[in-house]
Design a protein around this ligand. Structure first.
Ligand SMILES: [Ca+2]
Ligand SMILES: [Ca+2]
Ligand SMILES: [Ca+2]
Ligand SMILES: [Ca+2]
Length: 191
């Protein structure tokens, strides 16, 4: 007769949380490169040209407090992620390029992993100056950039305003996993 011992191992990992910030918990004013919103500790914001990040209530160009990437230069909003993310989305305003003489604005978002560009998407702005469009990418990223450019991706001299920035964590494959280990731990022999 043989007896088997069944080991049931339940692995519990604490899943990373999705980050979301509408900047409502942050203090208005200029913020330095490397800025982290109170509500989104996984996202590190920087201006790629100069250091011109400014939080303010930009009326219709934001939803309450929003983040502007000043000045009217080709700089981009850089977002570095402490832990890799599986998606990045944000809303954008100050998109009236035609009125401002900058032509039709295209919003661009680029995703990076290990310094390599792994995603790119663009969306033509509706040119109404109002924060009412969303852009985002899905994949695996350790950084992303958002900026205003032309239809083929060349940055233009126009300040971006973003709000409602959200990311999602990389799904943890071991989360909730129940590992079954059936081991013949003991064998009793009978003659
Ligand atoms: Ca806001
Ligand atoms: Ca700048
Ligand atoms: Ca810009
Ligand atoms: Ca708009």
């Amino acid at each position: 007769m043989r007896s088997q011992t069944l080991f049931v191992l339940t692995l519990t990992t604490s899943p990373a949380l999705a980050d979301f910030t509408d900047f409502s918990s942050d203090t208005i004013g200029f913020v330095p490169n490397g800025f982290v919103s109170v509500d989104a500790p996984n996202i590190v914001f920087s201006d790629t040209v100069g250091a011109d990040l400014r939080l303010n209530d930009w009326a219709l160009q934001s939803d309450g407090i929003g983040l502007a990437i000043l000045d009217d230069d080709p700089s981009r909003l850089r977002m570095d992620f402490v832990e890799n993310v599986s998606e990045v989305f944000l809303d954008f305003g100050n998109d009236a390029g035609y009125v401002d003489g900058d032509g039709i604005i295209w919003a661009w978002m680029i995703g990076y992993n290990g310094g390599v560009q792994v995603a790119s998407t663009s969306l033509m702005s509706n040119d109404d100056d109002i924060l009412n469009q969303t852009i985002g990418i899905i994949g695996e990223f350790d950084a992303a950039e958002f900026y205003y450019g032309d239809s083929i991706g060349n940055p233009i001299d126009h300040a971006e305003i973003v709000d409602n920035v959200r990311t999602a964590p990389i799904p943890a494959p071991s989360s909730g996993l129940i590992a079954l280990c059936m081991l013949c731990a003991s064998t009793r022999r009978h003659r």
